[in-house]
Design a binder for this molecule. Sequence first.
Ligand code: HEM
Length: 426
Amino acid sequence: RHSEGACPASALAAAFDPFEGPYQVDPAEALRWSRDQLPVFYSPKLGYWIVSRYDDIKSVFRDNVLYSPRNALEKITPATPEAMKVLASYGYAMNRTLVNEDEPAHMERRRVLLDHFLPENLEAKQEMVRRLTREKIDGFIDRGRVDLVEEMLYEVPLTIALHFLGVPEDEIERMRSFAVAHAVNTWGRPTPEQQVEVAHAVGRFWQYAGEVIEKMRADPDGEGWMHYTIRKNAEIPEIVTDSYVHSMMMAIIVAAHETTSLASTNMFKTLLTHRDAWEDVCADPSLIPNAVEECLRYAGSMVAWRRETTAAAQLGGVELPAGAKLLIVQASGNQDERHFEDGDRFDIYRDNAVEHLTFGYGSHQCLGKNIGRLEMRIFLEEMSRRLPHLRLAEQEFTYLPNTSFRGPNNLWVEWDPEHNPERANP
Ligand code: HEM
């Protein structure tokens, strides 16, 4: 398949475009050639070095000094002057949160803010997730056909996230448009016209985040992680800074729910297209925890993350200059056959599924991973028990074109309500 004279890998590197074509269809498959031939390559279209193998991605995550996370929330498509003007008009000043903060500030802050995320402090959330999930299913179980995103997988993670944060739950629709704008702004390639439109939405989101903080400050004993954060901001402002509080307020609304909604959507899509696995899960719910990990490995919602070198580095046999921007593609690492046997095969019995990189790795590893997992497990427990005859409807899947957040916008499923198990055993 080598074309005359030309090096196919360098041609593929030159052609690589994460906003359209194969990467948007299937990021792991789109980088198979890279895993095999050129595991670290420069993409002139993106201006980033792409990292596609499991071991290289993990070593980047492991060294957060040489590979700084400071560019993790940067606009991957630089803002146009018009868009910058719009953002400035809203006083937009998104800066460091946790995920894009260097040491030692990051660890000092992470340590102070860690408690709410510990498994023992999440126990109480379990009942709430189950109750919300059951209510949603009660609402559609006799219908026979729904878009699961619209009916459950968007709203339940959002409600749980807002509750965890202690943010008022009154503006779900507004948040939805904000979240999309934030994702396009950070990881997408908007046209110059869209840039201006997105900048307005992002600016409004920024102001909204500020208003929410003010509202929360007025309730000093409020519950939830952001209330706690606000109290720490008053106590130790040099560690939990004002800028951090405002930036985190905006980032966390998206980090805490969009990631989980998309991962859950991918999970149902994957299981229903692998019918044997779905039926095994229905027959034996003890398979669910590992099935969730395998779904996160095979079709995670966070498919690529970013780092920047602080000095010249060597990675995958390639010399990187200082200041090199890296797109590390977890979706590709997650299917790397050097780490996962038959990595492109979906297998809920896989014994190392949990080693996936979807939550990142090392000192910045996702703080909310156990919240995400908890929700995914409960969705699967409830759906597989109450709708084992569920199937995927005929449909075209659409995705928001971007480098990092991945999951279909809708997921139509159908079933025959006559065969609902609870009709036979009410
Ligand atoms: C960080 C993915 C759910 C809060 C991250 C990172 C990824 C990620 C890739 C960066 C990791 C790194 O740099 O090593 C996901 C996925 C989720 C999810 C796939 C769902 C399936 C959540 C939830 C919350 C949350 C529910 C909060 C309630 C955070 C925070 C960080 C983070 C605070 C920053 C940690 C740090 O830098 O110290 N997440 N996340 N995430 N995530 Fe999540």
